[in-house]
Design a protein around this ligand. Structure first.
Ligand code: PMP
Length: 351
């Protein structure tokens, strides 16, 4: 039986991220991390950083990163909000923008953190089923709601939609904030950034964890109209004035400035994704066409959970979700070509 004080504690089912095994020599394809190191310019910033500077607070305005991002996207500094990973930024968006009594909408199969934030911040929500081909239809979102959030490309399907789709979603929802989570956009997706000029209720959230190889640094940002960014800043400044540390700000700015390296690594991942999709199909898998740094695959004969366990036993970690509609699928992150060859060899043995 609970002690009386225990009844006053928050009960919540948290989000569970991909496993971070402590074993060396594994092939880690389970958390959509980038297999390549960050830009050499990031390394340089970290090597040269003078630790004596840490006695001071960081720039609360995140000036150097704001400037780098504004230049990169051709936006005003007042259209950018930065946080400690895009999870932090999204959590703040939920608190800042989803404050009505009406339910917010998101797909039934999507980033599984969304329902957790709804539960934490007590935001009512309704999930809208993807169709039988795992696609989202803007026409399903034409009903009164408290806001809309969806990833493009969607996760864990990897399916990306174009600007017409985003435009339809925005036109259907002029009275609510629409958040497009572009965590995987740099792997061939079409970003909604050009639509910021037209839609004041559009928020785009991106991360440096995937395409810029900085998952360990924790950097994410939102791009939106100055009015929405000011609301986010006000919410953030109501609990912590300094979410980004000094080292992170400078390293992240250096990553944004190195466009050549960024383009090269994204292209390599896209090429490896094409080869992975083809090879998995030759091995008998059904693979959705992905615009992200992962693919969602299922095998007609062997159960996904059994393949997942057998791969793990061979030191190859992929992601398995025991969720309706995807519980016979594996989400496989795109690694280097050498890592993918190890996956293919392991699969050949297993199947
Ligand atoms: N959005 C989606 C769709 C994701 O898959 C992830 C990664 N788990 C995130 C946001 C958060 O990424 P991060 O906090 O590392 O920026």
């Amino acid at each position: 039986m609970n002690k009386p004080w225990q009844d006053k504690l928050r009960q919540i089912e948290p989000y569970v991220p991909g496993e971070q095994p402590k074993v060396a020599d594994i092939v880690k394809l389970n958390a959509n991390e980038n297999p390549y190191p960050p830009s050499p310019r990031v390394m340089e910033i970290l090597h040269k950083f003078d630790a004596a500077r840490l006695r001071k607070y960081p720039d609360a305005n995140a000036g150097c990163l704001r400037t780098a991002l504004a230049k990169y996207f051709g936006l005003e500094g007042s259209q950018i909000f930065m946080g400690n990973g895009s999870d932090d930024v999204l959590a703040l968006c939920f608190q800042a923008f989803f404050c009505s009594e009406k339910p917010i909408f998101f797909p039934d199969l999507t980033y599984s953190f969304y329902p957790v934030w709804c539960s934490l911040f007590r935001v009512p929500y309704e999930t809208i089923p993807l169709d039988e081909n795992y696609r989202i239809h803007p026409s399903d979102y034409v009903r009164e709601n408290g806001g809309v959030v969806l990833p493009n490309p969607n996760a864990p399907t990897g399916i990306g939609e174009g600007l017409d789709f985003i435009r339809q979603m925005l036109d259907a929802n002029p009275d609510a904030v629409v958040i497009i989570d572009e965590a995987y956009i740099d792997f061939g997706g079409i970003s909604a950034v050009p639509l910021l000029k037209e839609y004041e209720n559009l928020v785009i959230v991106q991360t440096m964890s995937k395409s810029r190889s900085l998952a360990g640094l924790r950097v994410g940002y939102a791009l939106a109209s100055p009015a929405l960014i000011a609301t986010l800043e006000a919410v953030k400044n109501s609990y912590n004035s300094y979410t980004m540390d000094m080292v992170t700000l400078e390293a992240a700015a250096a990553a944004v400035e190195d466009d050549t390296y960024f383009q090269q690594t994204c292209s390599k991942i896209i090429e490896t994704r094409t080869r992975t999709t083809e090879t998995l199909r030759k091995l008998g898998f059904t693979v959705l066409d992905s615009q992200a740094n992962f693919v969602l695959a299922s095998h007609p004969v062997m159960a996904a959970k059994a393949i997942f366990e057998a791969l793990k036993a061979q030191g190859v970690f992929v992601r398995y979700f025991s969720l309706p509609r995807v519980d016979n699928h594996l989400r496989i992150t795109i690694g280097t070509d050498a890592e993918m060859d190890k996956l293919f060899a392991a699969l050949q043995k297993i199947l």
